[in-house]
Design a protein around this ligand. Structure first.
Ligand code: GUN
Ligand code: ZN
Length: 438
């Protein structure tokens, strides 16, 4: 079993800074003792070195070591359509996303997309992702296969819909159940893969399809659930017309027994107070996708109302409605948007952004015992940020007065180009190739 002492400036949030003002832990000259992929000790380098004088040291000084990022809303079949700017949700789906999603019927095409997608995630420092899969079971197999090859913690499933998309993306309740059941058998709990029951959104899913999803959730108690909710005002109007009996958008999922502790609902830009109260009671999560909310003009996420109601919130890139895989960028955009909301916004510190990009996602997925922070007993899922010499981020890192200041700069200017090394379960899954300098 390999044992390594990683020496670095590290930061992590073992608790929520929304609850605990001292949640951010930072060590300027720190160390993590990792044995067989598991964190065995954490602390100051001098102390750990004295206690483990014979363990090989990996010297990561000069950059920042953070827990691997956790993206709780990202679409596998949309990596090649990032950048369709300027359209509201329903037009963007029709013109940009769905034509590409139809191409996933071809497993060979899906295989290439899976490589682009998983590569994009790990290069951005994402080590765990809740992934909206494909409408085609063969493409979902390609995604899990590639995630397994790379080592990504991947929670995903078959996307199901039976109306208002394109004919080739529609299924039936029976097929949704049968194909979901078979995929759960192939992938749920296999290696690092977990299954998520995934109706696209109530707009495109009849009660029959939602009930088929509910049947899977009943049968397999620990699968996850994910979908979209309250993203766009026009979408909400259509859903209201399609479900005249439902109290609201959340009610369409509640009726089918889909909302619980392991449910993640993306966006929730326009919730009612009733929905927020019910989400808190169900202990489900709202995945906040600030770049997508900006790119599709969906609106400002009411973070304050979520927090006041007691709703758990995590972060998602929502590629390809979102603009890329970096959760550093999502953190920055979340910060910007909350600032722009004035009195109603939440002042997000670097600690809040780090928490949202890491532990909050692990908690959303019920994986907080394994990942999301550098605590003893957790897996060594980590991202090392080390900017290229001469870049502005490098200048801040070299002159920062504190690790927290360097973290703020990482959120402000960091990109996947600054992600030098990424580990999942102790295995290095990404190493940035050396850049040519002029
Ligand atoms: N609602 C239903 N499908 C989608 C999608 O692909 N992206 C976003 N942002 N919202 C959706
Ligand atoms: Zn989405």
């Amino acid at each position: 079993m390999t044992t390594t002492l990683y020496r670095a400036t590290y930061l992590h949030t073992p608790s929520s800074p929304f609850i605990d003002a001292a949640a951010l832990r930072a060590e300027d000259d720190g160390a993590l003792l990792v044995e067989g992929g598991v964190i065995r000790a954490v602390g100051g380098y001098a102390d750990l070195r004295a206690a483990h004088p014979d363990v090989p040291v990996s010297d990561l000084r000069g950059g920042l070591l953070l827990p691997g990022f956790i993206d709780t809303h990202v679409h596998f079949p949309q990596v090649r359509v990032i950048g369709g700017l300027g359209l509201p949700l329903l037009d963007w789906l029709e013109q940009c996303a769905l034509p590409e999603e139809a191409r996933m019927a071809d497993a060979a095409y899906a295989r290439g997309v899976a490589r682009d997608f998983v590569g994009g995630l790990v290069q951005a420092g994402t080590t765990t992702a809740l992934v909206f899969g494909s409408h085609f079971a063969g493409a979902v197999d390609e995604l899990f296969t590639e995630a397994t090859r790379v080592g990504l913690r991947c929670v995903s499933g078959l996307v199901v819909s039976d109306r208002l998309l394109r004919g080739e993306l529609h299924t039936t309740p029976q097929r949704a159940y049968d194909e979901g059941r078979a995929l759960i058998g192939r992938w749920h709990g296999v290696g690092r893969s977990l299954y998520a029951v995934t109706p696209r959104f109530s707009l495109s899913a009849s009660e029959g399809v939602l009930d088929a999803c509910g049947a899977l959730m009943q049968e397999f108690g620990d699968v996850r659930f994910t979908s979209h909710i309250n993203e766009n005002t026009r979408e909400i109007e259509v859903v209201r017309g399609l479900f005249p009996e439902a109290r609201d958008y959340l009610g369409t999922y509640e009726r089918a027994g889909l909302v619980g502790r392991r449910s993640v609902l993306a966006h929730n830009v326009w919730p009612t107070d009733r929905e927020l109260g019910a989400m808190a009671e169900h202990r489900c999560t709202a995945a906040h996708c600030p770049c997508s909310n900006s790119a599709l003009g969906s609106g400002f996420f009411p973070l304050r109302r979520h927090l006041d109601a007691g709703v758990h919130v995590s972060l998602g890139s929502d590629v390809g409605g979102g603009t890329g895989f970096s959760l550093l960028k999502e953190g920055l955009q979340a910060h910007f948007m909350q600032n722009l909301m004035g009195e109603g916004g939440v002042d997000l510190s670097p600690a809040h952004l780090l928490y949202l990009a890491t532990l909050a996602g692990a908690q959303a997925l019920g994986l907080e015992g394994q990942t999301g922070s550098f605590e003893v007993g957790k897996q060594f899922d980590a991202v090392y940020l080390s900017p290229a010499p001469g870049t502005p981020l490098d200048a801040v890192f070299r002159h920062a007065s504190s690790a927290e200041r360097a973290l703020a700069a990482a959120f402000a200017t960091g990109t996947p180009a600054d992600v030098t090394r990424v580990w999942i379960g102790g295995a290095e899954v990404h190493t940035r190739s050396t850049r040519q300098t002029a």
